[in-house]
Design a protein around this ligand. Structure first.
Ligand code: NAD
Length: 347
């Protein structure tokens, strides 16, 4: 059986979902700050080797695993979730709700039973009411107080709102130290870029990286939907600041820089140095019309807000996706050559 470190210091942390996009970046972030980090996930990171001191493969839907592994730490960061972009969460409601409620309930209970001092929960902008996001007009964004009366995203959004409330109940009833962030579209290198779980920045980067001059790029909806995107470096910084602040209510971590999907595609095309044309798939999943982060409360509470300009972060993102596309092409060619050698043709 895996032996866990028993040295519990101020700088010992457990990161759940450490095999995922934000969890693997945050593990690296904590290591750079000198933490001893234990990562837990059902899978290892896809694009790099985990920086965790110990990496445990475990399914946190199982209370026994949660109870066995969530201990001997001062800080617990809860990133584990069954999630994906709009094309994924719009289709799969029951599984996402069941998996995530189980993961979050088990982790909270294990933290309580095993004396974890500080708990962070990753919530989402999907908790905000759909009726407040019907307009794509550039407005002042979603404030934390906008969350009620509730009408979150079906499935995923309801689960996040429930789990936020479960966290707050653990704080009230058991005195657990809880910090909650509502992430707004986090993007950056090493996020899923293909396969169905990818989000709009990675998907558009992939389509543009694969395109030749004047190719048609497919965008879901009319492209006038408005979003704000927060770079992963800002996200890690914000999570750490929030965890060590006295803010015991949910806080947005997102950028207030708004952009329409059409303009985002144009921005990425200009980064790539490619001329592209946009084809709108009006029947495609497109989410709400307008969603962005209002940062008044985070500025007031933490004296900080995300700072990386979209164009700067998106360049890093595009270059990374482009590298993956080149690698995929190379692998495919290699496979074709190997198959030709043994007389197999692939379509
Ligand atoms: P991700 O899918 O890359 O990472 C989630 C990780 O959780 C995955 O590695 C997955 O294997 C793991 N996981 C799933 N089920 C598990 C289980 N039963 N036991 C253990 N691990 C399990 O997603 P992400 O983008 O890194 O998101 C991290 C957190 O932030 C999630 O809670 C997500 O809901 C939240 N969030 C992310 C965004 C965003 O824009 N990326 C926005 C809002 C909220």
């Amino acid at each position: 059986m895996l032996k866990l470190s028993s040295k519990k210091t101020d700088r010992t942390a457990i990161v759940t979902g450490a095999g995922g996009f934000i969890g693997s970046h945050f593990t690296r972030f904590l290591k750079e700050k000198g933490y001893f980090v234990i990562g837990i996930d059902v899978k290892a990171p896809e694009f790099s080797v985990s920086c965790a001191d110990q990496f445990i493969l475990a399914d946190l839907r199982d209370i026994k695993s949660a109870n066995q592994y969530i201990r001997h730490c001062n800080e617990l960061y809860m990133f584990a979730a069954n999630m994906g972009g709009i094309g994924y969460i719009e289709r799969i409601h029951a599984l996402v709700m069941r998996d995530n409620v189980m993961i979050n309930a088990n982790c909270l209970e294990a933290a309580r039973l095993n004396g974890v001092n500080k708990v962070f929960f990753a919530s989402s902008a999907c908790v905000y009411p759909l009726f407040k996001q019907k307009s794509a007009k550039f407005n002042s964004g979603l404030s934390e107080k906008d969350v009620y009366p509730a009408q979150p995203e079906p499935g995923y959004g309801w689960e996040k709102l429930f789990s936020e409330n479960m966290c707050l109940a653990y704080a009230r009833d058991y005195g657990l130290y809880i910090r909650i962030a509502r992430f707004h579209n986090i993007y950056g290198p090493e996020s899923t870029y293909k396969g169905g779980k990818e989000k709009s920045p990675a998907a558009i980067c992939r389509k543009i990286a694969q395109a030749s001059k004047n190719d048609l790029i497919e965008i879901w909806g009319d492209g006038r939907q408005v979003r704000s995107y927060c770079y992963i470096k800002d996200c890690c910084d914000g999570v750490f600041r929030l965890m060590h602040s006295n803010c015991d209510f949910p806080l947005n971590i997102g950028s207030s820089e708004k952009i329409s999907i059409n303009s985002l595609a144009k921005m990425i095309a200009s980064i790539a140095g490619k001329e592209i044309k946009i084809k709108h798939r009006l029947d495609g999943p497109q989410g709400v019309r307008g969603r962005s982060s209002n940062n008044t409360l985070i500025r007031r509470t933490l004296g900080w807000e995300p700072t990386v300009p979209l164009k700067v972060g998106m360049k890093e993102n595009y270059l990374w996706v482009q590298k993956q596309i080149e690698r995929d092409r190379f692998k495919r060619k290699l496979k074709e050559t190997d198959n030709k050698k043994v007389g197999i043709s692939i379509k």
